[in-house]
Design a protein around this ligand. Sequence first.
Ligand code: HEM
Length: 152
Amino acid sequence: MTAPHPQEPDGVAPRELAPHEVHDAVGGQAAFTSLVEAFYARVAEDPLLRPMYPDDLEPVKHHLALFLAQYWGGGDVYGRERGHPRLRRRHAPFPITPEAALRWAQLMTAAVREQGWPEQAEAHVLAYVARATPTLINQLPEEVSELPQEPR
Ligand code: HEM
């Protein structure tokens, strides 16, 4: 018999979901399309993020919805349309400061929570957002870049 899980009240560890299980649990491509609508409705009103995006948000919505479905194991339509994601490279033209990345993560988190997805699948997606967003920071505020390179 396996030992009870020490960190869970009932001794049972929550089972990790495989990516495609997240995809299926939330409702597949249509669910990511609806998430992306909710997210860009927020971006459209955001004074920090909106100027980074093109006037027409429709193509961006389409690409993000396909990317998310692919990331969560729902086939390779994004790859066939757009090639390898190379997210850092694709984001290089935009000034992604820690503040902008945090805003993006906040808006995406709010949009995810609004979807009413099953709890465990929602937790996986929120963990991904928290983990992935800081990796796209490509610009530090001036006061940080002006710090001396060597400790004095
Ligand atoms: C988990 C974090 C993020 C993911 C997964 C993500 C994903 C994506 C994807 C898949 C695209 C479309 C790429 C393509 O052209 O095929 C995209 C575009 C874009 N993203 Fe992100 N992104 C993230 C964070 C951010 C952040 C933090 C910002 C800015 C603060 C940002 C700004 C943009 C902009 C401005 C575009 C594109 C616009 C254009 O087509 O001109 N993204 N993102």
